[in-house]
Design a protein around this ligand. Structure first.
Ligand SMILES: [Zn+2]
Length: 454
């Protein structure tokens, strides 16, 4: 989309609104303003947070989250409510502590998902320090073997969250790289932008044949301490981290507003599971509440859409995007024409992005025009990734709708004990609901092809 096409679309809208009102677009404006004035996202988020709390994938709490979601969908008037189970590896943290030998420094740590365990009494080893993942990759095995590897790196604040993508390899791949070189354990600087003593958890992975060694993240002040100590001379750390892994189960939940013409589905949703150390509010109770509230607004205040609107609440996103993959596999024969997820906190939507067939671009010009009063701008190009849970559907050819949220403070709270309800700004939460309501209504009331593959 170019600025010119947006301006042209806006002018066309202004003209047609005076001459012959386009019902779809007039209804979109009405739904947008209705959602902004009143929608159920905030009470849903409060209820999910207070009645269920954190929802670690595979846990009894995640199962209670699913029961909550089904009851909420029913109450909001969605139908065809389904629960689709799939197997996962249920990883749970155990005891965790770390201290620097010969000092009075204890370190604020959190184990990374899928990481292995130290002996119950812990392990003591010299620390091998690396500024970056690239430096670790380049190091000879002898510099790593038997040591606790520490990887430092610098994640910066970005509105679009791109710094997480750039630095994410440190957490996702760093422990496996260290394990392949014979490391005893790994400590990384948290992927975060705050300077509180809250370590940021998140998952890592070990390819088949690579031992799952203990791997933890340090809070930023603690990582900086270890970095300074490394510069002074040899450092020894005593580390305890005793997580366990066992076969488990998770599930995806979905519910619908049936369309008037069967056979075309628009999917929106968020993930129901969360990390265990916070309350799962920003990540991703907010996405659950926003997308449920958007569907509820269309259901309560709009006419029946032409296409079916389906809310999908994925399970086990945090540990391996297992729910997103299982959903893509189970629904690959379905005609899901468009899919979008809300999974970047509760701050305002600032950009709309697409990845659709050329025939769908005029729809995205309409969406951009309808979202402009909310302060949302179109992203040039047509190559949105869509997000983790939507990725498998997009790979199968579903069009992608992305409503990018402001990530300026997202990584202050992400995957930390500070992911709590008080961080949510209700006005921005409501702006999200208005944006999703508008975009989903316009897509679901339309008939232009959107899929990128048949
Ligand atoms: Zn998330």
């Amino acid at each position: 989309m170019t600025i010119r096409t947006i301006i042209a679309a806006t002018l066309a809208l202004a003209t047609s609104a005076q001459a012959a009102p386009d019902d779809r677009i007039a209804i979109a404006a009405k739904l947008r303003d209705t959602a902004l004035a009143s929608n159920p996202a905030w009470p849903l988020l409060v209820d999910l947070t207070d009645s269920v709390g954190q929802r670690l994938a595979g846990s009894e709490a995640e199962a209670r989250g699913r029961a909550w979601a089904k009851a909420a969908m029913q109450k909001l008037g969605l139908v065809n409510i389904r629960e689709e189970a799939f197997p996962i590896t249920f990883w749970q943290r155990g005891q965790e502590s770390a201290r620097v030998l010969g000092s009075n420094h204890s370190l604020a740590i959190t184990a990374l998902g899928n990481s292995g365990a130290t002996p119950a009494a812990g392990l003591t080893a010299p620390v091998a320090c690396f500024d970056t993942l690239a430096a670790l990759r380049a190091a000879p095995d002898a510099a790593v073997k038997g040591r606790i590897v520490f990887i430092d790196h610098r994640m910066t604040v970005t509105q679009d969250g791109s710094s997480y993508g750039i630095n994410g390899g440190v957490r996702r791949a760093g422990p496996a790289v260290a394990a392949q070189k014979g490391a005893a354990a790994v400590m990384i600087r948290s992927l975060g932008t705050d300077h509180h003593r809250n370590p940021h958890t998140g998952s890592t992975s070990f390819p088949a044949g690579t031992p799952a060694i203990p791997a933890v993240a340090l809070a930023l002040p603690d990582a900086e301490l270890v970095g300074r100590l490394c510069a002074r001379g040899p450092v020894q750390v005593h580390l305890v981290s005793t997580p366990t892994s066992q076969p488990g189960q998770s599930a995806n939940i979905s519910g619908e507003i049936p369309g008037s013409v069967p056979g075309e589905i628009v999917v929106l949703g968020g993930h129901l599971d969360s990390w265990d150390i916070g309350q799962g509010v920003f990540d991703d109770g907010a996405g659950v509440a926003i997308t449920l509230a958007a569907a509820a607004t269309i259901k309560a205040s709009g006419p029946q859409p032409r296409r079916t609107v389906r809310v999908v609440l994925w399970g086990s996103e945090e540990i391996g995007v297992v729910g997103g993959r299982a959903y893509g596999e189970a629904h690959k024969q379905e005609n899901i024409v468009l899919a979008g997820e809300s999974d970047f906190g509760a701050d305002r939507v600032w950009r709309v992005e697409s990845r659709v067939a050329a025939t769908g671009l005029p729809l995205f010009s309409e969406i951009a025009a309808a979202l402009a009063p909310l302060g949302v701008q179109p992203q040039p190009g047509n190559d949105s990734g869509g997000g983790a849970d939507v990725g498998p559907l997009a790979a199968l050819g579903s069009g992608v709708l992305e409503l990018a949220q402001d990530g300026t403070r997202y990584f202050d709270y992400h995957h930390t004990p500070d992911d709590t309800l008080d961080k949510v700004d209700r006005a921005q939460l409501d702006q999200n609901v208005a944006a999703w309501t508008t975009a989903i209504w316009l897509a679901a009331s339309d008939d232009r092809p959107l899929r990128t593959k048949p």
